[in-house]
Every structure is written in C-alpha cells, then in structure tokens.
Design a binder for this molecule. Structure first.
Ligand code: NDP
Length: 465
C-alpha cells in the first residue's frame, strides 16, 4: 500500500463493474474503498436484468396455462397478483444485494453508503461523510440511467423502467415509447401479465440494431399477442386527464389514453455533477467518459468501466472491462477488453438470441454471403395450436465459409446464443456446423441441418431468394 494515499484503489459505483474491480483488487492485498449512493448491485441487480428476467418469467404463465389444454390438462380459474410479484422480486433483489455487500466485506473492501464525487485526480469526496479521501487509482463505474426525455412536454407524467418495476398498481393500459431492448421487453412483460400495450416507435421497424428478419417476425408475433405497434410516430406531448389518466398525443394526431406511459428511449451516463471537471476528466458531447483500450481516462490516475463509457452497455461487458483493468494495473498483465462477437438476448415473447453480425451489417463487410434460414412451427405448438414461429438464421462469409452471424427468434433463444457464441468466437465455419451431429428432437438441431443456402447476398443485395 502506498503511504501517500488512503487507498490503493477507490471505486465510485457499486454495480457490476465496480464491485468486480473492487473485490478482485482487494483479494490481491490492496487497500480498496467503494462508494454506492443507492443499492449495491447497481442497475443489473436492482433495477435491470435481474428483476426484468423475473418479470419475464411471471409474464409467461398465462400462455402456459392456455397451452396446457392441448396436452390434456385443464387449468382452473387463474388470477394474477401484481403486488405479490413486486414483493417477491423485492425479496430476491434484497438477498442479492446483501450477497454483494458480503462479498465485498469478505474481500476486505471498505464500503461506503454514500454518493461520491471527484475532487481531483486522486481525491474522492464522500458526500454522506462530508470528507475527502485519497486514492492512488480511482475507478469510475457509475453506470447510466434512463433518458427522462426532458424536452417532451409532460415527460414528468411518464415513468421509466426504474419505476416500472415498483408500480403501486398494475397498469391495465400502458403506452411505451421506444422499441429498443427495454421498450420491447417491457411490452412483452406487461402484455403477458394481461395489460393492453401500445408501442410507439419513431422508425420503420422495431429493434433497429437487430437482423431485419427477426425484427419483422417479432413485430408479427407481438401483434398476434395483441400488442399494438405504431411506427414512424413519436409522442408529441403527455397530459393528465380526469382520475389521473395519462394522455399521449402522437405526432400523427391520435390521442392515446393509458394508466401509464413509459419512456424507453435509451439511457444516459450518470456523469452529471460527478466532479469530473475538478479532476480534469473529459466527457464527450453526450456525457460519456472516453477511455483508451485499457479503460483509462485522459487523467492518468482515473479509469472508467461499464455504461459510463460509450462501449457496449451490458453487464458481462462491464465485468470483463473491470477484470481487464485489474489484470493490467495490479497483475502486471496488460489486458485489452475484447468487444468482438458479444452474444445478446432480448427477453421478448418469443425471445431473441443473437451473436455476431446482422445480414445488413455483414452485407457491408463481405462481398458475398451465404444465408441459411429456417422458419418453422415449434413442435410443442403442434399440440397447442398456438400460432407462433421459430426463426433461425446463419450468415456465412462465402469466401472463407466462416459463420459471421447467428440469429434465433424463439423459445430459449438466449440460451442458444450463449452456446453459439463459443464456436463463433473460435471462428468456426459452416462446415463445422455441418459435421456436428443433430440433437433430436430439439429446435436447435435446425442450426446444424440447414445444408443449402436459402439465398445469397452479393454486395449487400439479396439474390436467389
Ligand atoms: P435502446 O437504444 O435499445 O432503444 C432505444 C429506443 O428508443 C429505440 O427504439 C430508439 O429508436 C428510440 N429512441 C431514441 N431516442 C428517441 C427519441 N428522442 N424519441 C423517440 N424514440 C427514441 O435503449 P434502451 O433504453 O431500450 O436500452 C438501453 C441499453 O440497455 C441497451 O442498448 C442495452 O445495451 C441495455 N439493455 C440490455 C438488455 C439485454 O441485454 N436484454 C435489456 C435492457 C437493456 P431508434 O432505434 O430509431 O434509435
């Protein structure tokens, strides 16, 4: 431990990235402090991935009850208690939060339940204690927050995802603005739990960063589930009507009434009032902290990981960046975070799982692609009569035979994407898929039995479809 500073490392932010860096560094015998102004666990555990996935589970039961009949079951009267779900979720995230705290304690990290801001390149101000501590290195891992869309008249009448988890009453009608990860996932959750859901999206098709075929099919699947999707419009203003009803006036003039209006139009970094200027740390024009390949800011003693940097705002990515930081700074093994071929899932109904490039991205990068696509009815639903499809798609660079993109829409697509990411990280070829034995009967077997390309893409244009 350096004698000059109170800590070897001080971490601001107790989310996925910050906690991992603090624990790993303390385990190496370094003196580490960490400050969190809200709850340890951060966005993912407290108001993101974890509660979201729990709510996704909750939202699938009605469908299971309906499907059961096709298999001979008769399900009696069912009912759903929102408040019970909220309190069960709360119990679980409180348990996880305490595990995070215990893990830090066990590693001898000093925890502060306080907002912390920078006062200089080595100085951290602990607001709750009104004192400054010093550290040889500082890691900023404060994450982000939903964009409150302050320029929208009446935005204060809307909720964002943080509040959606803990609504006092279940919204029977909800309007969701934005069709990215959060808008689409919450639309599926609320619809599955029985709400009337409308999505307002400014573009032509939902989920702009995903493969076009998946976007279209999910759109159709959502409409089959009764979700109304209004594209090429935005909410122009929000007003409150009698009895607290929310009214959204759309750019096209239609007025929608709902119990809640939710804004899911992206997230912004929590760098406001963080004292970055006092330490000389630069931010970009959207407030993100630019970092070099080792997550170091423009100030030599300050690093940043996770959603506060403009890289991939995903939990495993923040953790990986934190591990690379520890390796570089404390283990003497320089490690550059690898942001290539990150698997990702949208926990929609049905789910999306994807790895690598979309057809549209690959079409710009490679001269010729072979695209293998299967669209079929899931075996389970031959018995239930439910009108739903599975889509699987492999994008292959024709020149090298390398699989550069794999996309699945269907049950457990996220699980498939996680496993597909391993061979794809190993630069597997389509021939590797072809020589892999199918597992029968499964949905995934389709991925290794698509022998002939469905069509090719030459210079970005589909041919032979
Ligand atoms: P996204 O960037 O995914 O989606 C934002 C949506 O809002 C898009 O449809 C976007 O349209 C639209 N939008 C943006 N600005 C405006 C505006 N001014 N007016 C109207 N619409 C607007 O952000 P999310 O908030 O959904 O999620 C944030 C991040 O959190 C994601 O990028 C993801 O990395 C992470 N996340 C990951 C999850 C997972 O792994 N399953 C789950 C939830 C979040 P357009 O497409 O045209 O830009």
């Amino acid at each position: 431990m350096s004698n000059t500073y109170d800590y070897d490392l001080f971490v601001i932010g107790g989310g996925s990235g910050g906690v991992r860096a603090a624990r790993r560094t303390a385990a190496l015998g370094k003196k580490v402090g960490i400050a969190e102004e809200s709850r340890y666990g951060g966005t993912c555990v407290i108001r993101g991935c974890v509660p979201k996935k729990l709510y996704v589970y909750a939202s699938t039961f009605l469908e299971h009850f309906e499907d059961a009949e096709g298999f001979g079951w008769s399900v009696g009267e069912t009912s759903f208690d929102w408040n019970k779900l909220v309190s069960s979720k709360e119990k679980e995230i409180t348990r996880l939060e305490s595990l995070y705290r215990k893990g830090l304690d066990a590693a001898n990290v000093e925890l502060f339940d306080s907002r912390a801001t920078l006062r200089g390149p080595h100085d951290v101000y602990l607001v709750a204690e009104d004192r400054v501590v010093t550290a040889e290195r500082i890691l900023v891992a404060v994450g982000g927050t939903p964009n409150p869309h302050e320029s929208l008249p009446g935005h204060e009448l809307a909720i964002v995802s943080d509040a959606a988890f803990d609504l006092k009453e279940f919204p029977k009608r909800i309007v969701i603005s934005g069709a990215g990860y959060i808008g689409i996932e919450f639309a599926g959750i609320f619809a599955g739990l029985g709400a009337e859901v409308t999505i307002i999206y400014r573009g032509l098709e939902i989920l702009s960063n995903f493969d076009q075929d998946l976007r279209q099919l999910l759109h159709e699947e959502y409409e089959k589930r009764g979700i109304r999707i209004i594209t090429q419009q935005v909410i122009g203003k929000i007003e409150e009507g009698p009895g607290g009803v929310r009214r959204a006036t759309l750019s096209g003039g239609e007025v929608l009434e709902a119990d809640q209006i939710m804004l899911a139009i992206g997230r912004t970094p929590l760098t406001h009032d963080l004292g970055l200027d006092l330490a000389g740390v630069k931010t970009d024009d959207r407030g993100y902290i630019p970092v070099n390949e080792y997550s170091r800011t423009n100030v030599d003693s300050i690093w940043a990981v996770g959603d506060v940097t403009d890289r991939e705002p995903l939990t495993p990515v923040a953790i990986h960046e934190a591990m690379c930081f520890v390796s570089t700074e404390y283990l003497g093994k320089p490690a550059v975070p690898d942001h290539e071929t990150i698997p990702t899932a949208v926990f929609s109904h049905p789910e999306i799982g994807t790895v690598g490039l979309t057809e549209q991205e690959a079409g710009k990068k490679y001269n010729k692609l072979n695209v293998f696509r299967a669209n079929f009815k899931p075996m389970k639903h031959t018995m239930t009569g439910r009108d739903t499809r599975i889509l699987m798609k492999l994008i292959v660079d024709a020149e090298t035979d390398r699989v550069v993109g794999a996309h699945v829409l269907g049950s457990d697509a996220g699980e498939m994407a996680q496993l597909l990411a391993i061979p794809m990280k190993m630069n597997c070829t389509k021939a590797d898929f072809d020589r892999t034995m199918a597992l029968h009967p499964s949905a995934g077997e389709e991925l290794v039995t698509m022998y002939e390309p469905t069509y090719t893409v030459v210079n970005g244009e589909r041919q032979g479809e």
